[in-house]
Design a protein around this ligand. Sequence first.
Ligand SMILES: Cc1cc2nc3c(=O)[nH]c(=O)nc-3n(C[C@H](O)[C@H](O)[C@H](O)COP(=O)(O)OP(=O)(O)OC[C@H]3O[C@@H](n4cnc5c(N)ncnc54)[C@H](O)[C@@H]3O)c2cc1C
Length: 65
Amino acid sequence: MADNTYDAIVIGSGISGGWAAKELTEKGLKTIMLERGRDIKHVQDYVNANKNPGISRIAVAVRRR
Ligand SMILES: Cc1cc2nc3c(=O)[nH]c(=O)nc-3n(C[C@H](O)[C@H](O)[C@H](O)COP(=O)(O)OP(=O)(O)OC[C@H]3O[C@@H](n4cnc5c(N)ncnc54)[C@H](O)[C@@H]3O)c2cc1C
């Protein structure tokens, strides 16, 4: 029978959840992360990773008093 018990459950794999999971696992806790979003494939789904570092678009926000 599968062991489905965990010391910690992290909801969401954003930077907050990712960091929490890192800290928990480094302390030896058996941790599961649940993510509702689509499966992002390492490298192939990093669509902006290899683009030219030049600025392609500038947005300026002006606040009037
Ligand atoms: C358009 C845009 C551009 C940005 N650009 C920058 C930038 O250039 N630099 C910068 O530092 N910050 C940027 N930010 C801000 C940055 O994205 C956020 O501050 C950061 O992602 C917040 O991290 P988080 O882990 O709290 O949340 P998120 O990154 O939103 O992660 C939350 C995760 O939890 C999952 N989730 C939510 N609810 C559930 C559920 N019920 N069950 C399972 N999974 C769930 C979501 O699918 C998501 O993957 C930008 C934000 C936006 C919207």
